[in-house]
Ligand binder design. Sequence first.
Ligand SMILES: *Cc1c(COP(=O)(O)O)cnc(C)c1O
Length: 449
Amino acid sequence: MEKKVFERPVIKKLSAGMPAKFGLQVRHEPVTQIDGVPIKTLMEEYGSPLFVYSEKKIRQTYKEACRAFSSRYPNVLFAWSYKTNYLNAVCNVFHQEGAWAEVVSGFEYQKALVNGVSGDQIIFNGPDKSKEELELAVQNRSLIHIDHFDELYDLIEIGENSNIKPKVAIRVNMDTGIYPAWDRFGFNYENGEAWDALHRIMHADNLELLGLHTHIGTYIMGTEPYKIAASKLAELAIGLSSKFDHQLQYIDIGGGFASKNTLKGVYYPGTDTAPSFEDYADAITSVLIKANFRHNKLPLLILETGRALIDDAGYLAGTVIATKRLANGQRATILDAGVNLLFTSFWYDHDIRPAKPMSDQTEETAFFGPLCMNIDVIRKNMMYPLLKKGDPYVIQRVGAYNNTQWLQFITLRPNVVMIDEKGETHLIRKKETLQTLNKMESVPDHLKI
Ligand SMILES: *Cc1c(COP(=O)(O)O)cnc(C)c1O
């Protein structure tokens, strides 16, 4: 029998009932496997730390979201937001499920093409599109969502010199009751700029105006802002129909649905507070079906959901490097993954789980990453079982934004694997080595030693 490890006793204040000083008592149930594959096996084979994706979970979440919307609205399309996670394997799961690509730069646009997405199924958003990138997107018949007047004039010029009419929509920003409002992207609704841009497009005559787009923010915790957004876009669309007799083909409501992660400083866990896909779908579709669109002329509803579709499918597995005591006596645990790999820990209280069964003994613990930087904190303070050097852990819900915003800083980026629906593991991104970086550098002759 394995010898039990000694766990230092701690004195804890008794707190009858809840909530205690540290919030609700939470048990940190161990996560020992992902889709049937033991964490231990994964780390033995692919190293620590390690990002793990569940293909099953991606497909399941996507289907849930699709069902929520298509059961409430006749014509729905999802476009996968590349910047949320542009690992090719992840993108392709979404594309196989039927999602188009939503990109916000020339680089992402190329990535979608190389992934095999046909040009006419790419939505090109963002404030930074060069003339060359716009020309390519026009040739490929992609949907171009115009961000500002300079881009609009570029497109009018491209339209004049080409035999293909650019397919466009405008991005609209608006007051939806969320503060601060995102008003730096697209054309403003309230001050009339959006309506002005639509007039210029209609009068230019060489652009094909297909839709309206908005993206009101990210991690939107209520459904009301989406109702407001949908009704403002519907009003613009109906305005175009009555003034120009022009029927738009689609309304794109963007992304922004909350995932089940818990925001820092929020008392209740995200699993309890995040609206469901059904909640969002109810809000958006009930506005659109009641708007004054002509019979049989309901526009296609496009969604660019990112975070809420992928967060749950991503895990970060790793190993405890060491434990120590801080000056005030608090326990601290140093993990082999820090803010370099987990950019989202700046705004989430991430769900760290032991990857093996632990005793019920807990102590107030701070979790630090491996960087030699004071800001490298994953959790400041949580009641936690006593992990020790060499113990495996898993951080749940890290699929959104971490594999695009991770930093090559002090350490190299680790392997990323995906577990397929049969339980087979595939390496989907190789870990970096010193050569990966040195390949891009060169040292002038006079500096060689
Ligand atoms: C980032 C982004 C999305 C995805 O947003 P989430 O908050 O991840 O759902 C969708 N559309 C646009 C234009 C974006 O910039």
